[in-house]
Design a binder for this molecule. Structure first.
Ligand code: FUB
Length: 647
């Protein structure tokens, strides 16, 4: 590696730690992967959530059980916008763990003297069951270095460390009941014998989470009430960290959707207490693939805890300029209902289906800065559709009729000017005056820039500069790469010529066609780019898809009235890409590239009379993917005497 490459590589890793991937969300909090067993901790006035990372077992997909190979950490300062700091520890890194154990269950993390101690269960290299290990870092988001051996004397799961005001740290864990032991100052060894907690009502218990408030110790835990059969969240209190603990009641009842487990943590952030827990929102029929959520938690004056009802709205204030996912409603009525966008790919999220008169209320959206004069909606409407939008803050209230253009029953982002709304935090109420479906809405000062419009059958030629703007684009394929320096010719030939789904290099897809890549259903979209460069990054964000560590497939058809000889394909892309004309490789753009017009130019080609199929695959690690493509002639002039058809 050259010095330049080393520096670029280091910079990319640093950027991922410092500028992590971010997503806005309500419940569930993480929208692009499964997350479970959330332990929330506040470090440096930022909430960090250390969850388990559920996956479908890559070794035994038919075995319907937990499978976890690594941990990510997520953080937020407003509990609405979440950053994924990436993988902080994986099973191959644990010296004492089975590198193929897939048993990295519920973790915890605490800070002591400026070091972060990450406690995690794992299957040992030899023998059965679980050990609990520690990995140490200088920062909450790592890098974490696992300690050579697991903690002696601890066999079990679900570690939780209580740093009590008596100056000691106590380790709680589960596995055949709940256990507690004092930790030595180094947090790596037990200081005395573990004690079983035996004072709680009967029934399966795991996932202990202990904390201290106003001189009382709370032991909270998932608990199965005999008569119900799935996990509640319950709690007990004591005057001592090691107990005895007296049972006090439930914090959350059994999941309404039948998720067998629940697992939680409770944290005070800026004077409000929050309960983090999990449900199975993105996996309704397999409850070992879970998703973390958060709701506010309240104490009574005597220190007991009020029951928390899980909500979709969750917590935090939502920035009105971003897509407000009204399907995460505070209240719904009039026949409105939420549905999954795609029951074969639940990560596509939800939409709200409104009959005439259906409504939702979504509390706490913030109109920032100069206020709003425009509402942007992703909708499916027919002719003469309208809705009433109300913004209520107790003092001022706005009520306006939003006249919507027809989208002919297809999803489209539309901008509608509305009367000026002053900056402030409002509860939003949206009432449909005709049948319609809404994905999200935003309130902005100016019409929101739209990067794409749905492709039509209208005649389309290359634009004035010859750029091709009508494309079939496939939703991003997961292709994790922390840095783009790996994009050598050899890497690209191996990874971009590989068939990720059947027909990738032979079938001409139609709008809405679906393919399956590593178990994920991805949809083709027929789009016209509003700019000369096709902003794949915006394409992905518009669909709430992952934007980094991705591979995009693009196809278009160039229809010519006659053979056009001696043309060259001129491409710019961010990052690397590979292009084929009529099945033959035309040009390869390798390395960590920025999108520059005509960056790479193919050898001479012929655009034949009739249809020519142009395919491209763009790959990117951390970066804003896009591409621009045109044909140029011998003089470098753009080729425009052709049509772009997609058929
Ligand atoms: O995530 C695996 C296990 O499921 C946890 O360790 C338990 O607490 C339960 O949530």
């Amino acid at each position: 590696m050259t010095m330049n490459e080393i520096m670029k590589n280091t910079l990319s890793l640093l950027l991922l730690a410092l500028c992590p991937m971010s997503m806005s969300a309500q419940n569930p909090l993480i929208t692009n992967q499964f997350t479970a067993d959330p332990t929330a901790r506040v470090f440096n006035n930022r909430v960090f959530v250390f969850p388990s990372h559920d996956i479908i077992s890559p070794v035994e997909p038919e075995k319907k059980w937990f499978s976890m190979a690594d941990y990510h950490v997520f953080s937020s300062t407003d509990l609405s916008e979440w950053s994924d700091h990436g993988v902080i520890l994986s099973q191959e890194q644990v010296p004492w763990g089975n590198p193929k154990g897939y048993s990295m269950w519920a973790p915890d993390c605490v800070e002591k003297d400026g070091k972060y101690y990450f406690f995690f269960p794992d299957a040992p290299k030899e023998g059965r069951g679980f050990g609990i290990g520690v990995a140490i870092a200088d920062r909450p988001f790592g890098p974490y270095k696992p300690v050579e051996k697991n903690i002696e004397g601890v066999m079990g799961i679900d570690p939780c460390v209580l740093q009590a005001s008596d100056g000691n740290a106590y380790l709680f864990w589960g596995g055949g009941g709940l256990v507690v032991a004092k930790l030595k100052d180094n947090l790596l060894e037990l200081d005395g014998k573990p004690e079983r907690i035996t004072t709680l009502p009967e029934g399966f218990k795991e996932g202990p989470f202990a904390f201290e408030r106003n001189g009382k110790y709370y032991l909270t835990y998932p608990w199965v009430r005999k008569e119900k059969g799935t996990e509640t969240l319950a709690y007990a209190m004591s005057d001592n960290p090691m107990g005895p603990y007296e049972y006090k009641g439930l914090i959350m009842e059994e999941s309404a959707t039948g998720c067998w487990t629940n697992h939680h943590s409770i944290v005070d952030y800026n004077g409000q207490w929050y309960l983090f827990y999990h449900h199975n929102d993105y996996s309704p029929s397999f409850d070992k693939n879970r998703s973390i959520c958060c709701d506010s938690l309240f104490f009574n004056a005597d220190g007991t805890i009020q029951l928390v009802k899980p909500t979709l709205r969750g917590v935090g204030i939502t920035d009105a300029r971003k897509p407000v996912q009204i399907d995460r409603y505070s209240e719904i009525g009039g026949g409105a209902a939420i549905e999954y966008h795609d029951t074969l790919n639940y990560f596509q999220g939800w939409k709200t289906v409104f009959p005439k008169g259906g409504y939702v209320r979504y509390n706490k959206v913030e109109v920032k800065g100069e206020g709003a004069k425009n509402v942007c909606l992703k909708v499916k409407t027919r002719a003469n559709a309208s809705a009433v939008l109300e913004l209520l803050d107790g003092k001022t209230s706005y009520k306006m009729t939003v006249k919507l253009p027809s989208t002919d029953g297809a999803w489209q982002e539309v901008n509608v000017p509305v009367k000026a709304v002053a900056a402030g935090v409002y509860d939003l109420r949206f009432t449909a005056k005709a049948d319609m479906e809404v994905d999200w809405l935003s309130l902005t000062a100016e019409p929101k820039e739209t990067y794409f419009t749905p492709a039509t059958d209208a005649l389309m030629t290359p634009d004035a500069d010859g750029f091709i703007r009508r494309w079939m684009l496939l939703e991003p394929i997961d292709k994790p790469n922390r840095s783009n320096v790996v994009f050598t010719d050899t890497y690209l030939r191996e990874h971009l010529t590989k068939e990720y789904f059947s027909g990738e290099f032979s079938v001409l897809p139609k709008d809405g066609d679906k393919v399956t890549v590593e178990g994920k259903r991805l949809t083709w979209h027929a789009l016209e780019s509003n700019r000369f460069n096709v902003k794949l990054f915006r394409f992905a964000t518009g669909l709430d898809k992952q934007v980094y560590g991705v591979l995009f497939c693009a196809v278009t058809v160039i229809d010519c009235d006659e053979d056009i000889e001696n043309v060259r394909l001129a491409v710019g892309s961010n990052s690397a890409s590979m292009w084929w004309l009529n099945g033959k490789e035309a040009v390869l753009l390798s390395g960590d590239r920025r999108m520059v017009k005509d960056d790479c130019i193919s050898p001479r080609l012929t655009l034949k009379k009739g249809r020519n199929i142009l395919r491209g695959v763009v790959i990117n690690g951390p970066g804003m993917s896009d591409f621009c493509v045109r044909f140029i002639d011998e003089k470098g002039e753009p080729v425009k005497n052709c049509r772009i058809t997609l058929k």
